[in-house]
Design a protein around this ligand. Structure first.
Ligand code: G1P
Length: 293
């Protein structure tokens, strides 16, 4: 199979964990300092060399499409005021080659991915979950794409997330090492309640897949109630062709979670040129105050 050019970004989840903020606004548009969560994900895909993106959205998500569209009116107002820095910031969110499709009902990540079948065709592709962000260093998607070039087999990203979080994520039971930070897998499980073994890894939201995943999703779709899980289809695929798992060791924020979004705001706020200094000063004072309490 050829080079990877296409990415699917999922943004269909209705974001109940962030109510009331998400009553009328997509959770993927919640900001980290000044940038919506999903822009980090789109930037990762583009920085990785992806040429075409399909965002799978859902109800109340039209602002995502507006966000990546040009806003000529705003451009005109800013340029009349010579606000060149703001114009440059605005330009970063103009991404013309994004396609959109809506998942009509939240039937799970596997069902969302099935909506991309026609877009993908018979090419390998990447999946980026729209609320997982890894904003530093080499884009994780690029790393997975390079590994695909070498191994020509599906690859999922995983990391040591800690036992507690494993109960809320997909879990990888690794088999044997196949390279640096790269493993074959015995099984993957979705939210099994508690982890299968102490050395299990959590699935994080980046995958390289081949079109065979769609037949696995179709096969599971009848009995999968209430939600069709991508993880179950990956497990079925792994029983026929090797699926590899790459252990990511960088920084990841689960921005689909209140605490994860807060951490991302604090840590990236400490790097932002306008907020770094006052925020660091404030946090030092706060930590002294907390020590006294
Ligand atoms: C999804 C996947 C899960 C993965 C997680 C990573 O779950 O189903 O396997 O571990 O994303 O963020 P969700 O967070 O949508 O419940």
């Amino acid at each position: 199979m050829g080079k990877i050019k296409k990415a699917i970004i999922t943004a269909a989840d209705f974001g109940a964990d962030f109510l009331p903020a998400t009553k009328a606004m997509p959770k993927e548009m919640l900001p980290i300092v000044d940038t919506p969560v999903i822009q980090f994900v789109v930037e990762e895909a583009i920085a990785s060399g992806i040429e075409e993106i399909l965002i799978i959205s859902g109800k109340n998500k039209s602002t995502i499409g507006n966000h990546f569209d040009r806003n000529v009116h705003l451009e005109k107002l800013l340029s009349e005021k010579n606000e060149n820095e703001k114009l440059a910031v605005l330009a970063k969110s103009d991404v013309p080659n994004i396609h959109y499709i809506r998942q009509a009902y939240p039937n799970g990540l596997g069902d969302a991915i099935l909506h991309a079948e026609a877009f993908v065709g018979d090419e390998p592709f990447v999946i980026l979950l729209g609320d997982d962000i890894m904003p530093n260093g080499t884009p994780l998607t690029r790393t997975l794409m390079d590994l695909y070039d070498e191994f020509q087999t599906p690859i999922i990203a995983m990391m040591k997330t800690g036992m507690e979080e494993l109960a809320h994520s997909g879990v990888v039971e690794v088999n044997e090492a196949r390279g640096e930070n790269l493993f074959s897998i015995s099984h993957v499980f979705e939210k099994v309640g508690s982890s299968v073994a102490a050395n299990d890894f959590g699935i994080i939201g980046r995958y390289v897949m081949t079109p065979e995943i769609f037949s696995k999703l179709h096969a599971l779709s009848e009995e999968a109630k209430p939600e069709l899980q991508l993880t179950d289809a990956i497990d079925a695929l792994n029983s026929e062709q090797e699926v590899l798992a790459y252990e990511y060791k960088g920084k990841r924020y689960d921005a689909g979670d209140k605490y994860g979004l807060l951490l991302a705001n604090i840590e990236l706020g400490l790097k932002h040129k306008e907020t770094a200094k006052p925020l660091a000063g404030y946090l030092k004072e706060l930590s002294k105050q907390l020590k006294r309490e």
